[in-house]
Ligand binder design. Structure first.
Ligand SMILES: C[S@@+](CC[C@H](N)C(=O)[O-])C[C@H]1O[C@@H](n2cnc3c(N)ncnc32)[C@H](O)[C@@H]1O
Length: 257
């Protein structure tokens, strides 16, 4: 056990068993261990690789940070200050999230500040930021345009907002509702790529640039793990069981004022 700023930080076997006793969304390097994130590492790496490599001297607000992976990444990329917020949308999904974040913060010797806060209240931080990370959140909101307007108000004039999420198929500028059971109970609406761009403009961002479009993770899994002859049957089964949303690609955008 060592101490960082007066907080005890477990090491070795004690750290390993603490990590295993908590629920993690992300794969976070903690000393010799990596947390067993429940989401795809491939996706996490894809988002990471689309974010700026150098955040030297910039202040960062991470929206919907969960256990803090992207906040720690911003710190690793030399952000001068990082604030993470999350409203803990579902208490069941977020069991132990704060404990997981605090453990990771202690082990990493991080200075990230975490607030349990709804993004619609972000102005209460009484601060504006150079960079806002809005990753994996917009489709959970009933009013993503209003959310972007609120975030715009805490972005510095030359700041950048990175927005990532599921995107719907189609070339029209559409934001559409999800059908019950299509994705999960917390996903309300998804936009096409052009829909995201138009939402950003409607919320007052002059610039909205597509940085990357991921191939469908589900299809990648199908190709990597299922023999070719079985793919159509497995695909039909998965679609029946999980809804069409599983096959959707994700996109990442850079927005500016
Ligand atoms: C799918 S996770 C994304 C986690 C992480 N940002 C990422 O991209 O890997 C969505 C997160 O957004 C949070 N969230 C949803 N609505 C929110 C809101 N109105 N204010 C703040 N956080 C919110 C959820 O609690 C959850 O932790």
């Amino acid at each position: 056990m060592s101490t960082a700023e007066g907080v005890s930080v477990p090491e070795g076997e004690a750290l390993r068993s603490k990590i295993q006793g908590l629920k993690w969304a992300h794969h976070i390097a903690l000393g010799p261990y990596t947390t067993p994130g429940m989401w795809s590492k491939r996706h996490q790496d894809w988002v990471r690789d689309n974010l700026p490599q150098d955040l030297s001297g910039r202040t960062v607000l991470d929206i919907g940070a969960w256990d803090g992976y992207f906040s720690f990444l911003a710190e690793e990329r030399h952000a001068s200050r990082v604030v993470a917020i999350d409203s803990f949308l579902s208490p069941e999904h977020h069991k132990d999230t704060l404990a997981a974040f605090e453990l990771a913060k202690g082990v990493r010797g991080s200075k990230v500040e975490y607030r349990v806060m709804d993004l619609f209240d972000a102005e209460e931080l009484a601060e504006s930021f150079d960079v806002i990370l809005f990753l994996g959140v917009y489709y959970h909101l009933r009013d993503p345009i209003h959310a972007l307007e609120r975030l715009r108000s805490v972005l510095r004039p030359h700041g950048r907002l990175f927005m990532e999420g599921l995107v719907a198929a189609g070339s029209a500028p559409v934001l559409r509702f999800c059908e019950p059971g299509e994705i999960d109970p917390f996903t309300f609406s998804i936009a096409t790529v052009r829909g995201v761009v138009q939402m950003a403009h409607a919320a007052g961002f002059r610039e909205a640039k597509l940085l990357g479009l991921s191939e469908s993770l589900w299809k990648a899994w199908l190709h990597a793990t299922v023999p070719r002859s079985l793919r159509p049957r497995v695909a039909a089964f998965v679609r029946r069981r999980t809804g069409r949303g599983r096959g959707l690609p994700r996109a990442i955008f850079e927005l500016g004022l």
